[in-house]
Design a protein around this ligand. Structure first.
Ligand SMILES: Cc1cc2nc3c(=O)[nH]c(=O)nc-3n(C[C@H](O)[C@H](O)[C@H](O)COP(=O)(O)O)c2cc1C
Length: 463
């Protein structure tokens, strides 16, 4: 049998193969074998990879962003932007200008993007098939952040003497610029002319904002927009707008882990990242709801327009939930610690020779059960999450009965799934009034959120 040299495939096919292999937990070679075997058996490609129920973009099932990082001080914020774009489920391919590489390293960008980095127009590895044209066309959106005065001048005049400007000239995809520069550079007549020209050419801009500059004693218009704002603006290109189906509804969401103190410096926690709950809060807000998000300690930015209350312990989360009631829909996505230490040390517990401290645990309040069983002021729809590592559907069904909630979103959080802390999720939706469960295909946490909001809308409209 002939050997297949994966290196000889073009980048897009290779990337797709790697993605499929990662999703199915196989090596790339094994994934190729599976595809060939299935093809020989006449299995349609659609059957190999179920399409999410939501059409995401007109072009790619996973939105693909080419992020061009220009050579300005704000390049360090572009590293955070990579994370924000990935959090929202996009694949990110980064291009660094020569000047950008003086501010951030390709290695850092590559590690955050989980992708190779492009820097050189004359890179033989990517140019054997005109890689700059591929980067320009095979993207859903091109983001330039920071967009330097120099890059904007080149764009406005149609220059193409490096990889970034060649991509920007060769693309037929939407372009989002996040300018960042010294206020005098921004207000210079030449920059103003270039900005006006680029707007006429159909380029979208976000920022710059007013504020302190990196230069000492300088302030004014020229700060790059925050990465979350840029990612929100990118979302408008990458995803169809969510219909305002939850206008006038109050939605309460919990997210993240809780921290249960052992002493002033130590705590018991879990690996929840809060990404799923935050995505649901953003989707509910986008659907027009008034949203309160009660969040444990996470490293995520507040979703725009959402009332975020940050707490640490399970007891503080319950207090915040009760204070936020009444609401129409309550979604409990937080991974609340089941137990806490019975008596928290007032001072840091010290090592004491061979004597080991004993931690006595007591049960935390059950927030989902408490709200589900409220006699007065129970939300119309109470949704819990079940994070299981075994017997997923059985445990989730038992949880509905035990807690008295209406729906459970169940997911397998065994380490091999990469769901806890990851950007994608595979969930089942179980309802108290139905013996059937819905299995949703693997999708980004944003698309799980959108699908859940769609189900909630239907429920509120039909019951
Ligand atoms: C320390 C330092 C900071 C700079 N910051 C900016 C900036 O914030 N915005 C900008 O437009 N140019 C800035 N520049 C100038 C750009 O680096 C320079 O114009 C470069 O040619 C831009 O290349 P690029 O547009 O290909 O990335 C800075 C230069 C230095 C040395």
């Amino acid at each position: 049998m002939a050997n297949l040299t994966i290196r000889k495939l073009d980048d897009a096919v290779r990337d797709e193969l790697r993605l499929r292999a990662a999703r199915s937990g196989r090596s790339v070679e094994d994934e190729v074998r599976v595809i060939l075997r299935e093809a020989a058996q006449g299995v349609a490609p659609e059957a190999l990879e179920p399409t999410p129920q939501l059409a995401l973009t007109p072009r790619n099932p996973i939105p693909r962003v080419t992020l061009i990082i220009g050579g300005g001080i704000a390049a360090y914020k572009a590293l955070d932007l990579i994370r924000r774009l990935k959090e929202r489920g996009s694949e990110v391919r980064c291009v660094l200008t020569k000047a950008a590489q003086r501010f951030v390293t390709p290695l850092a960008a590559s590690a955050l993007a989980h992708n190779r980095i492009y820097t050189d127009l004359f890179d033989p590895q990517s140019e054997f098939d005109a890689g700059h044209i591929r980067l320009a066309r095979d993207s859903d959106l091109i983001v330039v952040a920071p967009a330097t005065a120099d890059l904007m001048a080149k764009m406005a005049h149609g220059h193409a003497d490096d990889l970034a400007s060649a991509i920007l000239l060769a693309t037929n995809r939407p372009i989002l610029l996040a300018p960042a520069m010294n206020p005098l550079m921004w207000s210079n007549a030449a920059t103003a002319r270039n900005v006006a020209q680029l707007k006429r050419d159909g380029v979208t801009m976000i920022g710059p904002e007013a504020g302190e500059m990196a230069e000492r004693n300088e302030a004014g218009l020229g700060r790059m927009a925050e990465p979350t704002q840029i990612a929100d603006a990118a979302d408008k290109f990458l995803r169809p707008p969510i219909a305002q189906t939850l206008q006038g509804r109050r939605v309460l969401i919990t997210a993240g882990p809780t921290h249960e103190p052992i002493d002033p410096v130590r705590y018991i926690a879990n690996r929840s990242s809060g990404k799923q709950g935050y995505a649901i809060a953003a989707a509910a807000r986008a659907a027009g709801a008034e949203v309160t998000l009660i969040s444990g300690p996470v490293d995520l930015a507040n979703p725009a327009g959402v009332n975020v209350i940050r707490i640490e312990s399970a007891r503080a989360m319950l207090d915040a939930v009760e204070a936020a009631l009444p609401c129409d829909v309550a979604i409990f996505a937080a991974a609340v610690a089941d137990w806490r230490v019975a008596s928290e040390g007032a001072q840091k517990i010290k090592k004491n020779g061979s004597l080991m401290p004993t931690l006595t645990l007591v049960e935390n309040p059950d927030i989902l059960a408490t709200v589900s069983r409220r006699a007065a002021g129970r939300p119309r729809l109470v949704i819990g999450f079940a994070a299981e590592t075994e017997n997923l559907l059985g445990n989730a069904a038992a949880k509905i009965a035990r807690k008295g909630c209406d729906w459970i979103v169940a997911n397998d959080v065994s380490p091999a799934t990469g769901i806890m802390g990851g950007d994608r999720n595979t969930v089942h939706l179980l309802r108290r009034d139905s013996i059937d469960s819905e299995a949703w295909p693997d999708m980004s946490k944003q698309d799980v959120a959108r699908t859940l909001i769609a189900r909630i809308t239907t429920h509120l409209e039909t019951t």
